[in-house]
Write a protein that binds this ligand. Structure first.
Ligand SMILES: [Zn+2]
Length: 263
C-alpha cells in the first residue's frame, strides 16, 4: 500500500494515498497517439503501447496538529466521476486505516474541478469532510461546468474558500495557481516538494514537457506552466508528487529534459 511511502518534508508529513488504479474509462479512452500529442520519436519509447493505466493519488498532509487533504479522489458509486473512472475510490477506507475520520480533516485543497479530483468531496448527506474549509482558485470556480456547480460548489457553498493565485494553507504549505490543464488549476508546495496534480499526466512529459495531453483545456498554456514549474522545482533539487503516475514521488534531480525537446 503506497501510503507506507510517506515522507517528512520541512516538518510536514506527506502521505500519498492511492485512491484508484485502472485504465481510462471507455467514454474518455483515446488511442495513445491521440492522448499525448507533440511527442518526438524518442518520446514514444516511454509511452504505453497498448492500454494506459492511470493511478489516482490523493495526498494527506499532517503538521502542527492539522490535517490537509489535497484532492478527494474519484468518489463512490454515485460520484460525478462514476461514468468514466474506475470507481469506487478507496480514499475513505485508506483514511480509516490511517486512523483519520472524515471530521478530522481541517482543509481540503481541490487542485481543479475535474471529477477524479473532487468526486469524493460530497456524499449523499453533504460535504464528506464536514469540518474542512475547501480551497478552490477563483479562476477555477468561475469556469466550473454545470456538473461541478451542481454536485460540488453548491453543496460546499458554506465551506468554500476562494483563493486568487498564491495562498498559505497552513504554515509551511502553500498553493499556487498553475493554469493550462484547467483555467484555475493549482499546485501545492511543501518545502522542496511540489504536489503537481495534473500539471503532468505521464513521465514522458518530464523528458519532454512540450508533449500535450488531450484533456488539457489550453495545451499551450499547459506547456508554458509545465516548463516554468519543472524548472523551478529542478533548480531547488526538489521532488514532485503527481496525481496520475504509478510512482507517488519523482525526484527531479534524476531527470533532465531531452535535449532539443523544448523549443
Ligand atoms: Zn486528473
Amino acid at each position: 500500500m503506497d501510503h507506507c511511502e510517506a515522507r517528512v518534508v520541512a516538518g510536514v508529513d506527506v502521505i500519498p494515498i492511492c485512491d484508484a488504479v485502472g485504465p481510462m474509462g471507455e467514454p474518455l479512452r483515446r488511442p495513445v497517439e491521440e492522448t499525448f500529442r507533440n511527442a518526438r520519436p524518442d518520446d514514444w519509447t516511454g509511452l504505453p503501447t497498448t492500454e494506459w493505466i492511470l493511478h489516482f493519488h490523493v495526498h494527506l498532509l499532517r503538521a502542527h496538529g492539522r490535517l490537509v487533504l489535497v484532492d478527494t479522489g474519484v468518489g463512490g458509486h454515485d460520484s460525478p466521476a462514476a461514468w468514466w473512472a474506475p470507481v469506487p475510490g478507496a480514499l475513505p477506507a485508506r483514511l480509516a486505516e490511517l486512523g483519520v475520520a472524515p471530521g478530522d480533516i481541517d482543509v481540503v485543497v481541490l487542485t481543479h474541478l475535474h471529477s477524479d479530483h473532487y468526486g469524493g468531496a460530497v456524499g449523499e448527506h453533504g460535504p464528506a469532510f464536514p469540518n474542512a474549509r475547501h480551497l478552490v482558485q477563483r479562476a477555477e470556480a468561475d469556469a466550473a461546468d454545470d456538473r461541478a456547480r451542481d454536485t460540488l460548489l453548491r453543496p460546499l457553498a458554506a465551506v468554500l474558500q476562494i483563493v486568487d493565485g498564491s495562498a498559505e494553507v497552513i504554515p509551511g504549505v502553500r498553493v499556487h495557481l498553475a493554469p493550462g490543464h484547467t483555467p484555475g488549476h493549482q499546485i501545492v508546495e511543501v518545502g522542496d516538494l511540489t504536489i503537481t496534480a495534473d500539471l503532468l499526466h505521464h513521465p514522458v512529459q518530464l523528458a519532454n514537457p512540450a508533449v500535450t495531453y488531450c484533456y488539457d483545456d489550453d495545451p499551450e498554456q499547459a506547456v508554458r506552466t509545465r516548463i516554468e514549474v519543472l524548472e523551478r522545482v529542478r533548480a531547488r533539487g526538489g521532488v514532485i508528487a503527481p496525481a496520475h503516475f504509478a510512482e507517488p514521488f519523482v525526484d527531479l534531480a534524476g531527470w533532465a529534459p531531452r535535449s532539443g525537446a523544448v523549443a
